[in-house]
Design a protein around this ligand. Structure first.
Ligand code: GTP
Ligand code: MG
Length: 258
């Protein structure tokens, strides 16, 4: 993802506003705008995107917490353009130092950056797909007269903070498929659910999931690997349950250390 940060930094002087797209289910692990001092200093609008897949009250808590730190924060679902209305208004209301207001849309891979650009412009301009690493090059597009948006490739911290953050990012689609073992990620998830959301725990039991879907190998044993793939696809599509992994906690957003 080094290309991602390079692409943004090359034009950092031109950028008036950063629109940071986070995944509302992992708002701390997908906070990347603070990674580089040149981006961190810019006025920032934080979008907690994929709000449709996150726990609604947790998202409200995150929005409040980010606002209390002085950040402009909005819950959005980029696949529903209407949810971007308030964020769009906040962007257009920004004071303008130059004739053109330029905003860079940055975020971890697959958080919905390109979808946000399409939704802000209320039309399809950029390619979106449900896997990390789709946008490979930064590209400007005009939102309206005098306002331009920069789509950027996904950024990740050089080192993902913890093993827990890694499997959570994997499940949410922000780490490439090759970066994790799908079966292990679902098993970790099942253990996390048992501790934190016991009412959902049985849903992530791979044996039970394979059994329920009739997924067996030729010899007759349960096909846990295929079950894990199907489970992850269902989870990403929002077919299982809404869930937020990280709670805002108290005080500052630790993802934006000084
Ligand atoms: N459920 C849901 N899906 C979304 C939302 N926003 C985007 N998506 C989907 O998420 C997938 C990734 O969206 P993109 O816009 O390509 O994400 P990106 O951040 O540009 O991805 P990269 O360029 O690969 O870093 C697509 O399948 C989108 O349709 C959302 O708010 N809710
Ligand atoms: Mg993209």
């Amino acid at each position: 993802m080094a290309a991602g940060i390079r692409a943004v930094l090359e034009v950092a002087d031109l950028i008036d506003v950063v629109i940071e797209v986070r995944d509302a289910r992992v708002p701390r692990a997908t906070a990347v705008a603070g990674l580089h001092p040149r981006l961190k200093r810019k006025p920032t609008i934080v979008l907690l995107n994929r709000a449709d897949l996150a726990d609604a009250s947790a998202t409200r808590g995150w929005v409040e917490s980010l606002k209390s730190e002085g950040l402009d924060a909005f819950a959005t679902t980029a696949t529903h353009a209407g949810t971007l209305r308030a964020a769009r208004a906040a962007l257009l209301a920004r004071p303008r130092k130059r004739a053109v207001l330029r905003a860079a849309v940055v975020g971890a891979p697959n958080t919905g950056k390109s979808s946000v650009i399409n939704a802000l412009g209320r039309r399809k301009r950029t390619v979106v797909a449900d896997r990390a690493g789709v946008t490979r090059h930064a590209g400007w597009s005009k939102l309206e007269a005098g306002v331009e948006l920069l789509d950027t490739p996904g950024l990740l911290p050089p080192r993902v903070e913890s093993a827990q953050a890694a499997w959570q990012l994997s499940l949410c689609g922000s780490l490439p498929e090759t970066a994790f073992d799908v079966e292990e990620a679902v098993d970790e998830f099942a253990r996390w659910l048992a501790r934190n959301r016991p009412r959902f725990a049985a849903r992530a039991d791979l044996d039970a999931f394979a059994q329920a879907h009739g997924m067996r190998r030729r010899g007759g044993e349960l096909d846990r690997r295929n079950a894990a793939r199907r489970f992850v696809a269902d989870f990403r599509a929002g077919d299982l349950f809404r869930l937020t992994f990280e709670s805002p906690g108290s005080g500052r957003d630790s993802s934006r250390p000084d």
